[in-house]
Design a protein around this ligand. Structure first.
Ligand SMILES: O=C(O)CCC(=O)C(=O)O
Ligand SMILES: [Fe+2]
Length: 344
């Protein structure tokens, strides 16, 4: 479980040194761990037909999994066409931290800028099934003499199109779950319930090592908080258009340098998170209500526009689905999944 009150700032051990730029030099505690998985992209790829179980098995071992033919080329082209006006409109901006190259452009809010993205990519049955397997919570609570259970489904965290243009540099290897203060402990094997987010990176066009495919370190979801990521351990998730790379947010990864003359690397990255955590991206501010009313039950639920059982995320004391989709067939909201009587 996430340790909500963890204060790792006490791990900092100051050394009596300052760099030329004036940075204080410190040490951090290290856990002895020399594991290094030699993995090819073929080993990360599951056979067709894809199933949630096959993906889950790869994620447990490697933290990553490639699924071939996840979306059709037509859907990829549609999503790219929806993103294109925003890509073209935005002036490229350098990033003070050098985390994003000035030649890389990002379009966030893709689930509200592209209905195809919401309906086909976010609401993809494999995304829903694997996200709920890894991030869904089902617990029992005592209320007086009753025991109640609730199921909290995984929900949308963020969705961004990345256009990595020629000249872009390697992005620094990092973990995306830092946003939720997810403190990693050394694990020998995958421990259920320790992930706060799951990513799916869709190749909107072919991605190669040369044009900047996402690279990641297999097995790094099992590493302690402070183990140093090295490039030698990284594998490139090269994909054909429509293929998809699933990745646990606790894995070290980064976008890569684009060394081509004129190719752009177009990848759409979606993250899901636990239904009880704050969503990274606020897609609700500024989006017309009509847009949400036009979406399917599956897409709305995946966006987090359903109450997480029990009690989280309601609107005017109601499940938001009752407001957005009052005629949803077969949808019956209950605060609890089950209610039991306790005999003490
Ligand atoms: O562009 C990519 O392949 C990865 C981007 C990424 O990891 C990030 O911006 O956090
Ligand atoms: Fe990232």
């Amino acid at each position: 479980m996430t340790e909500v009150f963890t204060r790792t700032k006490f791990d900092i051990q100051p050394l009596d040194k300052v760099t030329e730029e004036g940075r204080k030099v410190i040490k951090l505690p290290q856990v002895e761990d020399k594991r290094s998985l030699k993995v090819t992209k073929e080993m990360l790829t599951i056979s067709e037909p894809a199933t949630p179980e096959k993906i889950y098995e790869k994620l447990k071992i490697y933290g990553g999994c490639i699924v071939k033919n996840y979306l059709s080329p037509e859907d990829c082209e549609q999503i790219l066409a929806d993103a294109k006006p925003y890509i073209d409109k935005w002036a490229t901006k350098g990033d003070a931290s050098n985390f994003i190259s000035p030649t890389t452009r990002r379009v966030s809010g893709m689930c509200v800028k592209s209905k195809t993205c919401a309906e086909k990519f976010l609401a993809h049955p494999l995304n829903i099934a694997v996200s709920n397997r890894i991030l869904g919570k089902e617990n029992v609570f005592r209320i007086g003499d009753e025991a109640v259970t609730g199921f909290s489904k995984a929900q949308h965290n963020s969705t961004i199109t990345f256009d990595v243009g020629p000249g872009s540099k390697d992005q620094i290897l990092h973990r995306d779950d830092v946003l939720h203060h997810n403190i990693r402990k050394h694990q020998e094997t995958y421990q259920e319930g320790t992930e706060t987010a799951l990513g799916t990176a869709l190749a909107l066009r072919k991605t190669t090592k040369a044009n900047g495919a996402t690279r990641f370190i297999p097995g790094s979801h099992l590493w302690d908080q402070y183990r140093r990521p090295t490039e030698e351990d990284a594998v490139y998730a090269e994909m054909e258009q429509g293929d998809c790379f699933f990745m646990l947010a606790s894995c070290f990864h980064g976008g890569s340098a684009n060394t081509t003359e004129d190719e752009h690397r177009y990848v759409l990255i979606l993250f899901m998170t636990q239904g009880t955590l704050r969503q990274e991206e606020n897609i609700f501010l500024g989006t017309p209500l009509e847009y949400f009313k036009s979406l399917s039950l599956e897409a709305l639920t995946a966006l987090g526009l359903q109450t997480s059982q029990p009690f989280c995320g309601w609107y005017e004391n109601e499940d938001p689905i009752k407001v957005l989709l009052p005629d949803a067939k077969g949808y019956e909201f209950t605060q609890f999944k089950e209610v039991y009587q306790i005999e003490d």
